[in-house]
Design a protein around this ligand. Structure first.
Ligand SMILES: [Zn+2]
Length: 413
Protein backbone atom coordinates (compact mmCIF):
# COMPACT_ATOMS: atom_id res chain seq x y z
CA UNK A 1 0.00 0.00 0.00
CA UNK A 2 2.85 2.39 0.83
CA UNK A 3 4.22 2.14 -2.71
CA UNK A 4 1.12 3.71 -4.23
CA UNK A 5 1.73 7.25 -5.45
CA UNK A 6 -1.04 9.07 -3.53
CA UNK A 7 0.18 7.60 -0.28
CA UNK A 8 3.84 8.60 -0.61
CA UNK A 9 2.66 12.06 -1.66
CA UNK A 10 0.34 12.19 1.35
CA UNK A 11 3.18 11.36 3.74
CA UNK A 12 5.43 13.89 2.04
CA UNK A 13 2.77 16.60 2.43
CA UNK A 14 2.30 15.81 6.13
CA UNK A 15 6.09 15.98 6.59
CA UNK A 16 6.45 19.29 4.74
CA UNK A 17 3.62 20.85 6.77
CA UNK A 18 5.29 19.61 9.97
CA UNK A 19 8.28 21.83 9.15
CA UNK A 20 6.14 24.99 8.95
CA UNK A 21 6.14 26.59 12.39
CA UNK A 22 8.53 24.05 13.89
CA UNK A 23 9.17 25.38 17.38
CA UNK A 24 12.84 25.31 18.52
CA UNK A 25 11.60 24.23 21.99
CA UNK A 26 9.58 21.33 20.54
CA UNK A 27 6.60 20.57 18.36
CA UNK A 28 4.86 22.89 15.94
CA UNK A 29 3.54 26.34 16.84
CA UNK A 30 1.25 27.70 14.16
CA UNK A 31 -1.51 29.84 15.71
CA UNK A 32 -4.03 31.65 13.53
CA UNK A 33 -2.73 35.04 12.36
CA UNK A 34 0.97 34.26 12.98
CA UNK A 35 3.77 34.13 10.40
CA UNK A 36 3.89 30.31 10.39
CA UNK A 37 0.15 30.02 9.79
CA UNK A 38 0.45 32.46 6.86
CA UNK A 39 3.18 30.21 5.41
CA UNK A 40 0.91 27.19 5.82
CA UNK A 41 -1.77 29.12 3.92
CA UNK A 42 0.68 29.79 1.07
CA UNK A 43 1.61 26.12 1.08
CA UNK A 44 -2.06 25.15 0.75
CA UNK A 45 -2.69 27.49 -2.19
CA UNK A 46 0.43 26.18 -3.98
CA UNK A 47 -0.47 22.53 -3.32
CA UNK A 48 -4.07 23.08 -4.48
CA UNK A 49 -2.62 24.39 -7.77
CA UNK A 50 -0.35 21.33 -8.08
CA UNK A 51 -3.36 19.09 -7.37
CA UNK A 52 -5.27 20.76 -10.22
CA UNK A 53 -7.84 22.29 -7.85
CA UNK A 54 -9.11 25.88 -7.75
CA UNK A 55 -7.98 27.64 -4.54
CA UNK A 56 -9.76 30.61 -2.97
CA UNK A 57 -10.15 32.26 0.43
CA UNK A 58 -13.47 33.45 1.84
CA UNK A 59 -14.23 36.43 4.08
CA UNK A 60 -13.82 34.25 7.21
CA UNK A 61 -10.31 33.27 6.12
CA UNK A 62 -11.44 29.73 5.29
CA UNK A 63 -9.59 28.31 2.31
CA UNK A 64 -11.23 26.26 -0.40
CA UNK A 65 -9.77 24.14 -3.17
CA UNK A 66 -12.48 23.20 -5.64
CA UNK A 67 -12.79 20.39 -8.15
CA UNK A 68 -15.82 21.64 -10.11
CA UNK A 69 -18.55 19.10 -10.83
CA UNK A 70 -21.74 19.14 -12.92
CA UNK A 71 -23.42 21.16 -10.19
CA UNK A 72 -22.12 24.08 -8.13
CA UNK A 73 -23.28 22.49 -4.85
CA UNK A 74 -20.29 21.48 -2.77
CA UNK A 75 -19.38 18.34 -0.83
CA UNK A 76 -16.37 19.31 1.27
CA UNK A 77 -13.71 17.43 3.15
CA UNK A 78 -11.07 19.01 5.36
CA UNK A 79 -10.03 20.29 8.76
CA UNK A 80 -7.67 23.03 10.01
CA UNK A 81 -4.04 24.07 9.54
CA UNK A 82 -3.49 26.09 12.72
CA UNK A 83 -2.03 24.40 15.81
CA UNK A 84 -1.81 24.89 19.54
CA UNK A 85 1.52 26.03 21.04
CA UNK A 86 4.03 23.19 20.60
CA UNK A 87 1.42 20.96 19.02
CA UNK A 88 1.82 17.88 16.88
CA UNK A 89 2.02 17.22 13.15
CA UNK A 90 -1.38 15.57 12.72
CA UNK A 91 -4.12 17.47 14.58
CA UNK A 92 -5.93 19.30 11.76
CA UNK A 93 -3.11 18.97 9.23
CA UNK A 94 -3.82 15.30 8.51
CA UNK A 95 -7.48 16.04 7.73
CA UNK A 96 -6.50 18.78 5.26
CA UNK A 97 -3.88 16.61 3.54
CA UNK A 98 -6.27 13.62 3.37
CA UNK A 99 -8.91 15.89 1.83
CA UNK A 100 -6.46 17.16 -0.78
CA UNK A 101 -5.15 13.68 -1.59
CA UNK A 102 -8.57 12.08 -1.90
CA UNK A 103 -9.92 14.73 -4.30
CA UNK A 104 -6.67 14.91 -6.27
CA UNK A 105 -6.68 11.11 -6.64
CA UNK A 106 -10.27 11.13 -7.93
CA UNK A 107 -9.32 13.85 -10.43
CA UNK A 108 -6.28 11.89 -11.58
CA UNK A 109 -8.54 8.88 -12.11
CA UNK A 110 -10.61 11.13 -14.41
CA UNK A 111 -13.54 10.86 -12.05
CA UNK A 112 -16.15 13.43 -13.14
CA UNK A 113 -18.07 14.49 -10.01
CA UNK A 114 -21.74 15.41 -9.97
CA UNK A 115 -21.23 17.82 -7.09
CA UNK A 116 -18.33 20.20 -6.84
CA UNK A 117 -15.82 18.57 -4.50
CA UNK A 118 -13.80 20.80 -2.19
CA UNK A 119 -10.99 20.67 0.29
CA UNK A 120 -12.01 23.04 3.08
CA UNK A 121 -9.50 24.53 5.52
CA UNK A 122 -11.37 26.17 8.38
CA UNK A 123 -9.51 29.09 9.89
CA UNK A 124 -8.57 29.57 13.52
CA UNK A 125 -9.84 26.26 14.96
CA UNK A 126 -7.50 26.27 17.94
CA UNK A 127 -7.32 28.94 20.67
CA UNK A 128 -5.51 31.96 19.22
CA UNK A 129 -4.42 35.48 20.21
CA UNK A 130 -7.90 36.75 19.30
CA UNK A 131 -9.46 34.36 21.85
CA UNK A 132 -11.86 32.97 19.23
CA UNK A 133 -11.41 29.28 18.53
CA UNK A 134 -13.39 27.60 15.70
CA UNK A 135 -13.42 31.08 14.18
CA UNK A 136 -13.85 30.04 10.53
CA UNK A 137 -16.60 27.49 11.11
CA UNK A 138 -18.50 29.83 13.43
CA UNK A 139 -18.38 32.71 10.89
CA UNK A 140 -19.28 30.37 8.03
CA UNK A 141 -22.34 29.01 9.85
CA UNK A 142 -23.42 32.37 11.27
CA UNK A 143 -22.84 31.43 14.94
CA UNK A 144 -20.53 34.47 14.90
CA UNK A 145 -21.28 37.50 12.73
CA UNK A 146 -18.82 39.93 11.19
CA UNK A 147 -20.34 42.62 13.47
CA UNK A 148 -19.42 40.44 16.47
CA UNK A 149 -15.75 40.39 15.46
CA UNK A 150 -15.50 44.02 14.29
CA UNK A 151 -13.78 45.33 17.44
CA UNK A 152 -11.76 42.22 18.33
CA UNK A 153 -7.99 42.70 18.76
CA UNK A 154 -5.08 40.61 20.06
CA UNK A 155 -2.84 41.64 23.00
CA UNK A 156 -0.65 43.67 20.61
CA UNK A 157 -3.63 45.69 19.40
CA UNK A 158 -3.78 44.02 15.97
CA UNK A 159 -7.39 43.79 14.86
CA UNK A 160 -8.91 40.50 13.76
CA UNK A 161 -10.08 42.29 10.61
CA UNK A 162 -6.44 43.12 9.84
CA UNK A 163 -5.37 39.52 10.54
CA UNK A 164 -8.02 38.28 8.12
CA UNK A 165 -6.83 40.80 5.51
CA UNK A 166 -3.26 39.47 5.90
CA UNK A 167 -4.66 35.98 5.32
CA UNK A 168 -6.00 37.23 1.95
CA UNK A 169 -9.61 37.13 3.12
CA UNK A 170 -11.70 39.50 0.96
CA UNK A 171 -13.60 42.06 3.04
CA UNK A 172 -16.99 41.79 1.36
CA UNK A 173 -18.04 38.47 0.02
CA UNK A 174 -20.91 36.04 0.40
CA UNK A 175 -19.82 33.00 2.35
CA UNK A 176 -20.39 29.74 0.48
CA UNK A 177 -22.69 28.27 3.14
CA UNK A 178 -25.68 28.01 0.80
CA UNK A 179 -23.62 25.97 -1.69
CA UNK A 180 -22.31 23.53 0.94
CA UNK A 181 -24.23 20.25 0.87
CA UNK A 182 -22.10 18.37 3.37
CA UNK A 183 -18.80 18.15 5.22
CA UNK A 184 -16.55 15.33 6.36
CA UNK A 185 -13.69 16.00 8.79
CA UNK A 186 -11.03 13.29 8.98
CA UNK A 187 -9.08 13.70 12.23
CA UNK A 188 -6.69 11.75 14.43
CA UNK A 189 -8.60 10.29 17.35
CA UNK A 190 -6.41 12.14 19.90
CA UNK A 191 -7.47 9.64 22.57
CA UNK A 192 -6.24 6.04 22.94
CA UNK A 193 -9.44 4.02 22.43
CA UNK A 194 -8.60 2.80 18.89
CA UNK A 195 -5.03 2.00 19.92
CA UNK A 196 -6.27 -0.01 22.91
CA UNK A 197 -8.76 -1.92 20.74
CA UNK A 198 -6.17 -2.53 18.00
CA UNK A 199 -8.37 -0.87 15.36
CA UNK A 200 -7.31 1.68 12.72
CA UNK A 201 -10.46 3.72 12.05
CA UNK A 202 -13.76 4.72 13.63
CA UNK A 203 -16.84 6.73 12.73
CA UNK A 204 -17.71 9.59 15.07
CA UNK A 205 -21.25 9.38 16.44
CA UNK A 206 -21.45 12.56 18.50
CA UNK A 207 -19.23 15.47 19.44
CA UNK A 208 -19.20 16.21 23.14
CA UNK A 209 -20.95 19.19 24.67
CA UNK A 210 -18.72 21.54 26.68
CA UNK A 211 -19.66 23.84 29.56
CA UNK A 212 -17.10 26.20 31.12
CA UNK A 213 -17.83 28.26 34.20
CA UNK A 214 -15.52 30.81 35.77
CA UNK A 215 -16.13 30.77 39.53
CA UNK A 216 -14.74 33.39 41.92
CA UNK A 217 -14.58 32.77 45.68
CA UNK A 218 -14.10 35.97 47.65
CA UNK A 219 -12.94 36.07 51.28
CA UNK A 220 -10.82 38.58 53.22
CA UNK A 221 -7.14 39.45 52.84
CA UNK A 222 -5.39 39.49 56.21
CA UNK A 223 -2.14 38.75 58.08
CA UNK A 224 -1.07 35.08 57.87
CA UNK A 225 0.15 34.94 61.48
CA UNK A 226 -2.00 37.28 63.51
CA UNK A 227 -5.40 36.32 62.09
CA UNK A 228 -6.99 33.70 64.34
CA UNK A 229 -8.74 30.67 62.94
CA UNK A 230 -12.34 31.81 63.43
CA UNK A 231 -11.57 35.22 61.88
CA UNK A 232 -10.03 33.82 58.72
CA UNK A 233 -11.95 34.07 55.44
CA UNK A 234 -9.43 32.04 53.45
CA UNK A 235 -10.35 31.69 49.76
CA UNK A 236 -7.87 28.85 49.11
CA UNK A 237 -9.19 26.72 52.02
CA UNK A 238 -12.69 27.25 50.64
CA UNK A 239 -11.49 26.40 47.13
CA UNK A 240 -10.17 23.10 48.54
CA UNK A 241 -13.75 22.30 49.73
CA UNK A 242 -15.03 23.09 46.25
CA UNK A 243 -12.47 20.63 44.86
CA UNK A 244 -13.81 17.90 47.18
CA UNK A 245 -17.23 18.43 45.58
CA UNK A 246 -15.62 18.39 42.14
CA UNK A 247 -13.78 15.11 42.76
CA UNK A 248 -16.89 13.41 44.10
CA UNK A 249 -19.00 14.38 41.05
CA UNK A 250 -16.18 13.57 38.64
CA UNK A 251 -15.84 10.08 40.14
CA UNK A 252 -19.59 9.49 40.34
CA UNK A 253 -20.17 10.24 36.65
CA UNK A 254 -16.86 9.08 35.16
CA UNK A 255 -17.42 7.45 31.80
CA UNK A 256 -20.31 9.77 30.96
CA UNK A 257 -18.90 13.12 32.07
CA UNK A 258 -15.38 14.52 32.17
CA UNK A 259 -14.49 17.41 34.44
CA UNK A 260 -11.36 19.54 34.53
CA UNK A 261 -10.24 22.44 36.66
CA UNK A 262 -7.30 23.59 34.55
CA UNK A 263 -7.13 27.25 35.52
CA UNK A 264 -6.74 28.58 39.05
CA UNK A 265 -5.72 32.10 40.05
CA UNK A 266 -5.04 33.10 43.66
CA UNK A 267 -5.02 36.68 44.96
CA UNK A 268 -2.79 38.14 46.28
CA UNK A 269 -0.80 34.88 45.93
CA UNK A 270 1.68 35.71 48.64
CA UNK A 271 3.25 33.45 51.30
CA UNK A 272 2.32 35.54 54.35
CA UNK A 273 -1.16 36.75 53.45
CA UNK A 274 -4.46 34.95 53.97
CA UNK A 275 -5.68 34.75 50.35
CA UNK A 276 -8.78 36.83 49.65
CA UNK A 277 -9.73 35.50 46.27
CA UNK A 278 -9.58 32.38 44.10
CA UNK A 279 -10.84 32.39 40.55
CA UNK A 280 -11.03 29.03 38.83
CA UNK A 281 -12.50 27.69 35.62
CA UNK A 282 -14.33 24.39 35.77
CA UNK A 283 -14.98 22.62 32.50
CA UNK A 284 -17.50 19.79 32.07
CA UNK A 285 -17.80 17.64 28.94
CA UNK A 286 -20.43 15.06 28.06
CA UNK A 287 -22.10 13.71 24.91
CA UNK A 288 -25.36 13.63 26.93
CA UNK A 289 -26.89 17.07 27.05
CA UNK A 290 -29.15 16.71 30.11
CA UNK A 291 -26.43 15.00 32.15
CA UNK A 292 -23.89 17.66 31.17
CA UNK A 293 -26.06 20.48 32.46
CA UNK A 294 -27.24 18.52 35.50
CA UNK A 295 -23.66 17.85 36.68
CA UNK A 296 -22.56 21.44 36.02
CA UNK A 297 -25.53 22.84 37.97
CA UNK A 298 -25.18 20.33 40.83
CA UNK A 299 -21.54 21.35 41.21
CA UNK A 300 -22.46 25.03 41.28
CA UNK A 301 -25.25 24.53 43.85
CA UNK A 302 -23.02 22.48 46.16
CA UNK A 303 -20.09 24.91 45.81
CA UNK A 304 -22.36 27.80 46.76
CA UNK A 305 -23.51 26.04 49.93
CA UNK A 306 -19.91 25.08 50.95
CA UNK A 307 -18.69 28.65 50.37
CA UNK A 308 -21.58 30.20 52.30
CA UNK A 309 -21.08 27.73 55.19
CA UNK A 310 -17.52 29.05 55.48
CA UNK A 311 -18.72 32.67 55.46
CA UNK A 312 -17.32 33.67 52.06
CA UNK A 313 -18.92 34.91 48.85
CA UNK A 314 -19.03 33.28 45.43
CA UNK A 315 -20.00 34.31 41.91
CA UNK A 316 -20.12 32.56 38.56
CA UNK A 317 -19.77 33.56 34.91
CA UNK A 318 -20.73 31.24 32.07
CA UNK A 319 -17.81 31.29 29.62
CA UNK A 320 -19.00 28.57 27.25
CA UNK A 321 -22.11 26.45 26.89
CA UNK A 322 -21.90 24.26 23.83
CA UNK A 323 -24.41 21.43 23.44
CA UNK A 324 -23.40 17.98 22.20
CA UNK A 325 -23.98 17.47 18.48
CA UNK A 326 -24.87 14.28 16.59
CA UNK A 327 -23.16 13.46 13.32
CA UNK A 328 -25.43 12.89 10.33
CA UNK A 329 -26.79 9.34 10.28
CA UNK A 330 -26.39 8.87 6.52
CA UNK A 331 -22.81 10.17 6.47
CA UNK A 332 -22.04 7.81 9.38
CA UNK A 333 -23.49 4.91 7.38
CA UNK A 334 -21.44 5.84 4.31
CA UNK A 335 -18.25 5.92 6.39
CA UNK A 336 -19.06 2.58 8.09
CA UNK A 337 -19.73 1.04 4.69
CA UNK A 338 -16.45 2.36 3.25
CA UNK A 339 -14.35 1.16 6.20
CA UNK A 340 -16.01 -2.27 6.02
CA UNK A 341 -14.46 -2.76 2.57
CA UNK A 342 -11.01 -2.64 4.18
CA UNK A 343 -11.48 -3.72 7.77
CA UNK A 344 -14.10 -5.90 9.48
CA UNK A 345 -14.36 -3.72 12.58
CA UNK A 346 -15.42 -0.09 12.46
CA UNK A 347 -16.73 1.18 15.78
CA UNK A 348 -18.73 4.32 16.34
CA UNK A 349 -17.02 6.61 18.86
CA UNK A 350 -17.94 9.79 20.69
CA UNK A 351 -15.52 12.65 20.14
CA UNK A 352 -14.54 14.07 23.52
CA UNK A 353 -12.71 16.90 21.74
CA UNK A 354 -14.49 19.82 20.09
CA UNK A 355 -14.14 20.22 16.32
CA UNK A 356 -15.27 22.56 13.53
CA UNK A 357 -17.57 19.70 12.47
CA UNK A 358 -19.73 20.46 15.54
CA UNK A 359 -20.70 23.84 14.07
CA UNK A 360 -21.11 22.63 10.49
CA UNK A 361 -23.32 19.73 11.69
CA UNK A 362 -26.00 22.22 12.71
CA UNK A 363 -26.33 23.44 9.11
CA UNK A 364 -25.66 20.43 6.87
CA UNK A 365 -25.02 16.68 6.82
CA UNK A 366 -21.67 16.32 8.58
CA UNK A 367 -19.51 13.40 9.59
CA UNK A 368 -16.10 12.66 11.04
CA UNK A 369 -13.65 9.84 10.46
CA UNK A 370 -11.30 9.07 13.35
CA UNK A 371 -7.84 7.76 12.56
CA UNK A 372 -5.93 5.85 15.25
CA UNK A 373 -3.28 7.95 16.98
CA UNK A 374 -1.00 7.19 19.90
CA UNK A 375 -3.22 8.68 22.58
CA UNK A 376 -1.19 11.88 22.76
CA UNK A 377 -2.33 15.16 21.25
CA UNK A 378 -1.77 18.92 21.60
CA UNK A 379 1.86 17.97 22.24
CA UNK A 380 4.96 17.25 20.11
CA UNK A 381 4.61 13.46 20.67
CA UNK A 382 1.37 13.21 18.69
CA UNK A 383 1.70 10.33 16.20
CA UNK A 384 -0.13 8.42 13.49
CA UNK A 385 1.32 5.53 11.47
CA UNK A 386 1.82 5.66 7.68
CA UNK A 387 -0.31 2.49 7.38
CA UNK A 388 -3.27 4.10 9.16
CA UNK A 389 -2.97 7.27 7.04
CA UNK A 390 -3.03 5.07 3.91
CA UNK A 391 -6.12 3.21 5.18
CA UNK A 392 -7.88 6.50 5.87
CA UNK A 393 -7.09 7.73 2.36
CA UNK A 394 -8.60 4.62 0.75
CA UNK A 395 -11.71 4.95 2.90
CA UNK A 396 -12.14 8.63 2.09
CA UNK A 397 -11.75 8.10 -1.66
CA UNK A 398 -14.44 5.40 -1.51
CA UNK A 399 -16.67 7.55 0.69
CA UNK A 400 -16.39 10.67 -1.49
CA UNK A 401 -17.19 8.66 -4.60
CA UNK A 402 -20.26 7.04 -2.99
CA UNK A 403 -21.42 10.26 -1.39
CA UNK A 404 -21.18 12.19 -4.65
CA UNK A 405 -23.16 9.50 -6.47
CA UNK A 406 -25.87 9.00 -3.87
CA UNK A 407 -26.39 12.46 -2.40
CA UNK A 408 -29.78 13.64 -3.48
CA UNK A 409 -29.58 16.19 -6.30
CA UNK A 410 -33.33 16.16 -6.92
CA UNK A 411 -33.90 19.71 -5.81
CA UNK A 412 -31.12 20.97 -8.10
CA UNK A 413 -32.59 19.78 -11.40
ZN1 LIG B 1 -8.10 19.50 15.45
Amino acid sequence: MQEKLPFSRLKQRVDVLAQIGRDPSGGITRPFGGAAELLARQWFVAEAGIAGLEPSTDAAGNMWALYPGEHPEILAIGSHLDTVTQGGAYDGALGVVLGMESIQTLREQDYRPRHTLAVLVLSGEEPNPFRLSTLGSRLLTGVLSFEDIAGVTDDQGVSLTEALRRANAPSHQELALSRLRGFIEPHIEQGARLQEQGLPLAVVTRITGIVRHSITITGEQNHAGTTERDRRRDAVQTFARAMEVFQRLETQFSGDVRGTVGYVSVFPNSVNIVPSQVEFIVEWRSPQQSLLHAVAETFWTQVQSRVHEMGLKVSRTVILSQDPVSMDRRVQELLHHSIAAYHPEHPGLVSWAGHDAAHLAKKMPTGMLFIRSNGKSHCPDEDCTPQDMARALDVLITTLNQWDQTENLKELS
